[in-house]
Design a protein around this ligand. Sequence first.
Ligand code: UDP
Length: 480
Amino acid sequence: MGSIYSESSPPPPPLQQHVVLFPFMSKGHTIPLLHLARLLLNRNLSVTVFTTPANRPFIAHSLADTKASIIDLPFPENVPDIPTGIESTEKLPSMSLFNSFGTATKHMQADFERELQSLPKVSFMVSDGFLWWTLDSASKFGIPRLVFFGMCSYASSLGKVVGENRLLHGPESENELITVPKFPWIKITKNDFDPIMSKEPDPKSKDFEFLMNCVITMARSFGLVVNSFYELEPVFVDYCNRESQPKAYPVGPLCLAEPKSKVENSSRPDNMPALVRWLDQKLQQGSSVLYVAFGSQADISPEQLKEIATGLEESNVNFLWVIRKKESELSDGFEERVKDRGMVVRDWVDQREILMHESVNGFLSHCGWNSVLESICAEVPILGWPMMADQHLNTRMVVEEIKVGLRVETCDGSVRGFVKWEGLKKVVKELMEGDKGKEVRKKVKEVAEMAKKAMEEGGSSWCTLNTLIDEACNGNVSNR
Ligand code: UDP
């Protein structure tokens, strides 16, 4: 067939597809969507990221080397219990304020829709599950909305089966093992789930209303972006796609979209050169390092913090420990006593860069899903210590399903129990020096290889992202 364009007038470039991303205002939800922005930009789509003024600098720094546009909408004022100026969950005085924070975001809807009106045509939108009201906005403008929740398919599947079978409402005690129907090799306890799931729901409570808003709008969205890859959890991805709406697109690990070289990167935190020098020194001495960090929002009690310090001191391993600013002071003399082999940091670090350092050989982690994927991709085995949300299920997955880590020992054997220093020392040594540590270190390398292949051109996540873009841009799709 001939072309209507002569050689002297080349065809116009195809209309560029335009995607709106709207991450929730917490680092664990924002970072993976910024990685998704890179993947979309690499495929020549244009990207606009929505956020709030206080979150803008982090996003602008992260995407400084890209052509992404950023629009900030004012964060609602006078929200009950939320101090003025706090626009992200990691800055909340306590996670008990999460509901007020999440619910308040609805007041951004009018501004969001005003901005959507003036944007070039939007092909599709990816917004966080906690920003449930963005589905209405998307539907008003005829834009397909994909939802991002940041959970793996294993955790989503277990949540669904457990809810449908009312497993959390049976006679068992909080810590008794319960076999999961449909996946009988998996045993969970009631304590693996957030208390809101295990109590009889109070339909009038604000927590229940928020949860329902998020769940219902997710099911009515066009698709679900999953930060995982098919080969990691085929049984669970298939289960979700067979049994739930909307269609799940595993397109990760998204962290692999981040540029490798950080040295000249403007988003690199100022403390990194010194930390990397310290890690280099350990490598030169032939020693390995345990990285210790519990994500951006876990609340750790002063008593628990003390046991961690003693456990690390007594285990005699080298460690780099990131503590959140709001956590209390460590006991007098701790940092001085361990200074030859332990480094304590109280600022934001580049976790990915630390994990990728050759000297880092273990990660004591709360098993936030991003941390799990980042550790896997860096070939670092995990010592799981879940604290909240989906982290208990993630730890089961890490330890029992994909076997890339061990779990800390609590003093009463329960998944939410207190961890004494003796138990911590024992598992730290096992991970860093023992036979079980060797096994999970070998396994994590195999899984890391699978992850890299999934993201390479032609890999499962690569192809799934192409399918997603194709279906969202050209499929005449709509939200339900
Ligand atoms: N993170 C980081 N530096 C820090 C603390 C956290 O880069 O000092 C990043 C970490 O690499 C991950 C995210 O913040 O990408 C935390 O997400 P995760 O799901 O692991 O835990 P959450 O903070 O949501 O509990």
